[in-house]
Write a protein that binds this ligand. Structure first.
Ligand SMILES: *Cc1c(COP(=O)(O)O)cnc(C)c1O
Length: 446
């Protein structure tokens, strides 16, 4: 689980960092070592109670540990604990955050976006929809019925009306449903989900952009999960077409803590038009804004934010630049391939029925049964037996109408169907598919 070389690298890098402070009189903070050690041993024991997110046999939720470089860089900054609110508290890490934003913006073809890191995708989407509401006061937000549930809740927080848009069997928003909402005249913003959390389906952005232009509404892209896949050269044509026009939306959310190799606490919001920064204007009696340069606290709803997130992300982007031919894109592409391969193998199995072909690296599959309620019961049993055998999956409640399209022989006797869901987000997942299939078949046969 732990490569001991990481601890050596951390120690060496910390020694270099500490030399930057050697002009001051020696001062080493003290602490009660035996007491700390005793509690840490207890913590270590408590932390044994986790699913093995780092292991390829964890093929469930969107979870994995950060890359070593992110982990080490994050840990280093804990001895400084910079706060990326004002430059005084983050002389090194605020500039690193701004460089990260420039690079993330460049990935979407944006030269000079306004943007910053956030605690996660929820905060980032809140800011995007807050700006959307300022520019289209009182107007409706519409998002896929398969969009992250946070959009409906955020709209409620912002006091904006919200409407879900029905999806097709591929898990994408139905264009006719979008248009009939637009015809009512009260929509301000369409949220396009570029990789939804459940299925990994990519909303049809080219058509959405055309509709938005015809009706004069904003488009926000929630790419919290899918935001990096545009770097891949093995996307299907529909997904490719969506990523190719992502630069035309008004705002984008991407979560470096999902596919960007980062520890939790790292989301990002970007606005194509940097002048929306005017809405953030505030007069803080507390913040001592020491220079004319931009303090990130002036363009963020959150005040104190971990500089550590920026340090970790910057280090990661140095090592793995966000380019289409790089190592990082290659890893994402391996996940896409693994998902296609897994879908094929599930199709060939008599016990499982995969739903839509994956567009990104998520595969959702039903257990074959005579009725939808029996399929749900069977999925729960497979989930539990696989976990006992060391294979960790996720479950998802899918509307029965969608499942019925893929499992036409099953009697529909429930509103939703419990399906199994695997996010194949580790580059090694492809090599483990033989074993994953074996464990799955054995769990379904038992
Ligand atoms: C994960 C996710 C969110 C929520 O982001 P958090 O980082 O969990 O707050 C929003 N939208 C999509 C599409 C997501 O996948």
């Amino acid at each position: 689980m732990i490569n001991p070389a990481e601890l050596d690298l951390l120690r060496d890098a910390l020694a270099t960092m500490a030399r930057g402070y050697s002009a001051l009189p020696e001062f080493t903070p003290d602490f009660d070592q035996p007491a700390v050690a005793a509690v840490l041993q207890t913590v270590a024991e408590r932390m044994q109670d986790n699913y093995p997110y780092y292991h390829p046999q964890y093929a469930g939720q969107m979870l994995k540990p950060p890359h070593a470089i992110a982990r080490i860089a994050y840990a280093m900054s804990l001895w400084v604990n910079p706060n990326n609110h004002a430059l005084d508290g983050s002389r090194a890490s605020s500039p690193l955050e701004k460089e990260c934003i420039v690079e993330l913006g460049a990935m979407y073809g944006w030269d000079n976006p306004l943007g910053h890191l956030t605690g996660g995708g929820t905060m980032a989407n809140l800011e995007a929809l807050w700006i959307a509401g300022r520019l289209r006061p009182g107007k409706r937000i519409i998002a896929s019925a398969q969009a992250h549930y946070t959009h409906q809740r955020i709209s409620d927080v912002l006091g904006l009306p919200f409407a879900p848009v029905a999806v097709d069997d591929a898990g994408r928003m139905r264009l006719a449903a979008i248009e009939s909402l637009l015809q009512q005249g009260d929509v301000g913003t369409i949220v396009a989900t570029i990789g939804n959390t459940g299925f990994g389906a990519v909303d049809s952005l080219p058509a959405i952009l055309d509709l938005a232009q015809a009706y004069g509404v904003r488009v926000h892209a929630d790419a919290a999960y899918g935001g990096y896949f545009g770097l891949c050269d093995n996307l299907g044509p529909a997904a490719r077409a969506a990523y190719d026009r992502l630069n035309e939306v008004d705002s984008i959310v991407v979560d470096p803590h999902k596919h960007g190799l980062q520890p939790y606490g790292c989301g990002c919001v970007l606005f194509r038009d940097a002048t929306v920064g005017r809405f953030y204007k505030h007069d803080s009696p507390f913040t001592y804004f020491s220079s004319a340069e931009l303090h990130l606290g002036e363009i963020s709803l959150e005040c104190s934010r971990p500089g550590a997130s920026a340090v970790a992300l910057w280090a990661t982007q140095q090592l793995f630049p966000l380019t289409r031919d790089g190592q990082f894109a290659g890893w994402l592409g391996q996940g896409l391939d693994a998902a296609q391969e897994f879908w094929q193998r599930l199709s060939a199995s008599a016990r499982f029925q995969p739903l839509m072909r994956p567009e990104l690296d998520i595969v959702v599959y039903a257990v074959v049964a005579a009725s939808t309620s029996a399929a749900s019961t069977a999925a729960r049993e497979v989930f539990a037996r696989a976990a006992d055998a060391g294979l960790h999956l996720a479950m998802m409640e899918v509307p029965a109408t969608i499942v019925a399209a893929y499992l036409p022989s099953a009697t529909v006797d429930s509103r939703s169907v419990t399906c199994l869901r695997s996010v194949l987000m580790k580059p090694e997942h492809g090599d483990w598919l033989d074993r994953i299939m074996q464990l799955l078949e054995a769990s379904a046969a038992a």
